[in-house]
Ligand binder design. Structure first.
Ligand SMILES: NC(=O)c1ccc[n+]([C@@H]2O[C@H](COP(=O)([O-])OP(=O)(O)OC[C@H]3O[C@@H](n4cnc5c(N)ncnc54)[C@H](OP(=O)(O)O)[C@@H]3O)[C@@H](O)[C@H]2O)c1
Length: 268
């Protein structure tokens, strides 16, 4: 692949693969990338949603959109996405690891199978997909990986413990890989959204008590993330108020942060 700096005019990313593209932040990524001229591979479980999106984007922007129906918690279905990313004849130059799910409750009351499913989706799937995509990007001398993490990963959150832990892992992994890959022409960027309007909170039965001014849009998240990866940034925290919150979580005494996070976690 031609390095980004000397690539002829055209979309910054020729082909992007977006997981969790059937709603929310993933659909916003797909729409922005298609509008910029990127061909897409869109991944999720709901075939009808993916096909509807593919039709919309192909008609509006003349891009090619492949749909890949897969439950990323299932090893065999995840392997289909791995195979697509590792296919050297059809290189993907931007991977957006976006699919994820939340959940809450006192850890002692949770079924361990549900805990494990969240870890498989939020953590092991991005790990496998990154391992499938990164070597080819490094060999071609260019590419990008966006990992949609969360401000929830910046501190432990009692009652949202597993979700917070998966996102802490994802942010840490992304930052390390950013340093490993930056001189190979590959940018790895962690995106840390705050409360974002999508289907996420309804699915997880969370977030109803969060005041209106805290909410941001999925498009705002996708726009900030794509700008960050284009600029070669390691981390993107959309919205100034959330950047302040992240700075507080990083610098305030850990015990205090845990207690406040626990109060928020219990309320959500
Ligand atoms: N919304 C927020 O406030 C917020 C804040 C911080 C971070 N995030 C992160 O943002 C990412 C996107 O979430 P969202 O807010 O856009 O939520 P969303 O609207 O619920 O979208 C989640 C996406 O993931 C897909 N997905 C869920 N389970 C899957 C599975 N087992 N296999 C394959 N795909 C699966 C869903 O599609 P199907 O159901 O069709 O499979 C959907 O496309 C997540 O990683 C989330 O942790 C969200």
């Amino acid at each position: 692949m031609t390095p980004a700096s000397s690539r002829p005019a055209g979309p910054r990313w020729a082909v992007a693969l977006v997981t969790g593209a059937s709603s929310g932040i993933g659909a916003a990524f797909a729409r922005r990338l298609a509008a910029a001229g990127s061909d897409l591979v869109v991944v999720a479980r709901r075939r009808d949603r993916l096909e509807e999106l593919a039709g919309e984007l192909a008609t509006a922007h003349g891009v090619h959109v492949e749909t890949l129906v897969a439950d990323l918690t299932d090893a065999d279905q995840l392997a289909l996405v791995v195979a697509r990313l590792a296919d050297a004849d059809r290189p993907v130059d931007l991977l957006v690891n976006n699919a994820g799910a939340g959940g809450h409750g006192a850890y002692a009351s949770l079924a361990v199978d549900d805990v494990e499913a969240m870890i498989r989706l939020n953590l092991l799937a991005p790990v496998r997909l990154t391992s499938a995509a990164l070597p080819g990007m490094v060999a071609r001398g260019g590419g990008g990986i966006v990992n949609v993490s969360s401000i929830s990963g910046e501190q432990p959150i009692p009652f949202v413990a597993t979700y917070a832990a998966t996102k802490a892992f994802l942010t840490s992994l992304s930052e390390s890989l950013h340093e490993e890959a930056r001189d190979k022409g590959v940018t790895v960027t962690a995106v840390l959204p705050g409360f974002t309007r999508s289907e996420f909170h309804d699915r997880a039965d969370m977030g109803r008590s969060i005041p209106k001014p805290f909410w941001i849009t999925a498009d705002e998240v996708a726009a900030a993330a794509l700008e960050a990866v284009a600029r070669g940034q390691a981390i993107s925290v959309p919205r100034f108020s959330y950047r302040v919150l992240v700075a507080l979580a990083r610098h305030a005494p850990r015990g205090l942060v845990r207690r406040v996070a626990g109060m928020v976690g219990r309320r959500t």
